[in-house]
Design a protein around this ligand. Structure first.
Ligand SMILES: [Mn+2]
Length: 493
């Protein structure tokens, strides 16, 4: 292997960064930092922070910037990136402190001042809101369907009338045609029913596909498992077109992160909701870390609602999100006990029964089983190590093995991370744990494929369907309008 000079590692890292090959860019900067004569450590740390910003690993951005600042206490880009990462983690007080330093370093820079003022404003606003927080009347009590008269006849659900396959097709046609905004009346009808259905489910849902059902199905799909869609409705519609609709024979598990980032979070969530209402026992909708108030404020859903829907819808969706179950145990053909979850695994000694032992109808706490299920990531490093996201942990193959053996789980399917091929086997030496990501060309600036995990009646193990992104109308990303800090995060500048 050729050993490069520090400057060559930097140049190569920058070239990979420009080519959007972020893992290889980070690798070059890391190698540069390991050089014994490294004289540009602050630059390399700051550049690696930019890579981690792209990878949405805000905890890692902060630690890289900490290191850069320790080497060069007046490195403006380090304060800038650390400030943005703090904002992404909703630590606006820390963000404001970083932007204040930036102002001190660049006294006549208007942009630094505006960053500081925005962070401080957001910090004060949140403090004020927290102080005012009182029991609010449920969205479902406060809003009367009779006040919303605009209807689309083929989408009007009379009380007691079931959601049919024709309804789902009409809903898909509606969203597809001219990128239309669904009237509140129909949103309320769907959300009211979805909330009631979700209330009957436990935190950990059982989904049993007996061997006889596999034999009867033959080459047809019996189970499809979808990862993040993040508001990419056109890609969701494409994926459904490829795998088919749900039915009593074709079960579906959605691993969460329906909203934020993309421009069509509300349509993604409502389309999946309609499929669940059509086949409630066959379609399982899990909660992702983006089905939470903090994420929705910063990453776009709230802005999407402000731009296109009734302002109160934020509260309504928040209430429904809080009823989404947190994990699913799918027994496929009486053999594969597949644990489905958005993020990852909790502490290795956790029993499955512990997942049902708390109330989920809140925002996730700062740590514990609830938070690990939504936020944790796998890592080749053994044990539980600090997460580069700043929330929950990374867990190694040893942790996964212990948790899986202790609960007789044969396989884990999780989402939460963009992967180039749309799916990725995280532990080549075992145990079987696979990331599934269903949003191709994520955020319109990555080059990844999307994938859906599936079993047919003839599958001897999980299979994957990969697909490319499909065209979508041009609509400014809602995050750009959320606030100036969110806009910078979206651009990853
Ligand atoms: Mn996620």
């Amino acid at each position: 292997m050729t050993v490069l000079s520090v400057d060559e590692y930097k140049a190569q890292g920058n070239a990979f960064f420009k080519a959007e090959e972020y893992d290889r860019a980070a690798d070059m900067y890391t190698k540069g930092l390991a050089c014994p004569d490294c004289s540009i450590a602050a630059v390399l740390f700051t550049n690696r922070a930019a890579v981690n910003m792209k990878r949405e690993q805000y905890g890692a951005v902060i630690s890289d910037c900490d290191n850069a600042i320790a080497t060069d206490p007046r490195a403006p880009k380090a304060y800038y990136r650390r400030g943005l990462a703090h904002a992404a983690l909703l630590s606006f007080k820390e963000a404001a402190a970083d932007f204040k330093m930036l102002m001190a370093i660049k006294p006549n820079d208007a942009k630094s001042r505006s960053l500081f003022e925005n962070a401080q404003k957001e910090y004060k606003r949140r403090k004020f809101e927290a102080a005012l927080r009182v029991e609010t009347v449920s969205f479902f009590k406060a809003l009367d369907l009779a006040n919303f008269t605009e209807t689309i006849p083929e989408l009007d659900l009379a009380p007691g009338a079931p959601v049919t396959l024709d309804y789902i097709k009409a809903l898909l046609d509606f969203f597809r045609a001219d990128d239309r905004t669904l009237p509140m009346r129909h949103i309320l009808q769907l959300l009211t029913r979805l909330r009631e259905t979700l209330m009957t489910e436990t935190n950990l849902v059982d989904l049993h596909i007996p061997a006889e059902a596999m034999a009867t199905a033959g080459p047809r799909r019996v189970l499809s498992v979808f990862g993040d869609f993040h508001g990419q409705w056109y890609d969701l519609a494409n994926a459904i077109g490829r795998v088919g609709f749900p039915s009593t024979e074709h079960r579906m598990v959605f691993l969460g992160d329906y909203v934020d980032r993309g421009s069509w979070g509300v349509p993604v969530f409502l389309t999946i909701a309609a499929m669940k209402l059509f086949a409630p026992k066959s379609v399982i909708m899990l909660r992702g870390n983006h089905e939470t108030n903090d994420m929705n404020t910063m990453f776009g859903l709230k802005a999407e609602i402000t731009q296109r829907y009734h302002e109160k819808l934020s509260q309504g969706l928040s209430e429904v999100f809080a009823h989404l179950p947190l994990a699913c145990l799918a027994t496929v053909g009486d053999v594969d006990r597949t644990f489905c979850v958005h993020g990852g695994l909790p502490a290795p000694t956790t029993k499955l029964s512990a997942i049902n032992a708390f109330s989920r109808t809140t925002q996730p706490p700062s740590s514990g089983v609830f938070t690990d299920l939504l936020w944790a990531d796998p890592s080749p490093a053994p044990g539980r190590t600090p997460s580069s996201r700043g929330t929950s942990f990374q867990f190694g193959p040893d942790v996964a093995r212990q948790f899986m053996e202790g609960n007789r789980i044969t396989q884990v399917l999780r989402a939460h991370q963009m992967v180039e091929a749309g799916y990725k086997h995280e532990f080549p030496q075992g145990p079987k744990l696979t990331t599934v990501f269903s949003a191709p060309k994520y955020c319109d600036f990555n080059n990844n494929k999307g994938a859906v995990a599936f079993y047919t009646g003839e599958s001897t193990g999980v299979e994957f369907l990969q697909y490319e992104a499909v065209p979508h109308p041009q609509r400014p990303l809602p995050m750009m309008a959320a606030n100036p800090l969110a806009a910078l995060l979206q651009q990853n500048k």
